[in-house]
Design a protein. Structure first.
Length: 112
């Protein structure tokens, strides 16, 4: 059966869902063991988490949309590198799918 790898952004998770920034947990050996993919996953996650500010703007947790907008192209390029790397590793055993949030924020649509 073909597995699905969802790409989405959320605080404290890697863009390869459901993983941690420094630990890929897809259950697909060639994906989970790939150092280049792990580095991209970590870099994207850390960048996205940097948009969150704590005890800022009179809020416990505030999302800095201005910074996200300013870095939109850089983040989009990183996400495309991640998707390209996944496609290079794909032996037909999985499908890459992007979340609707990636389409809204970065114009990225994959697998749907």
């Amino acid at each position: 059966m073909n597995k699905e790898i969802l790409i989405m952004l959320d605080y404290d998770g890697g863009p390869i869902w459901n993983s941690f920034p420094d630990d890929l947990m897809t259950g697909i050996p060639q994906v989970d063991a790939d150092e280049a993919l792990l580095a991209l996953n970590c870099r994207i996650s850390r960048k996205y988490m940097s948009y969150y500010e704590f005890d800022s703007h009179d809020e416990g947790c505030w999302f800095n949309e201005e910074r996200q907008t300013a870095e939109r192209e850089e983040m989009r390029n990183l996400l495309m590198q991640l998707i390209d790397r996944l496609n290079a590793l794909n032996d037909g055993s999985f499908t890459v799918v992007s979340s609707y949030g990636l389409e809204e924020q970065y114009g990225i649509v994959v697998g749907r």
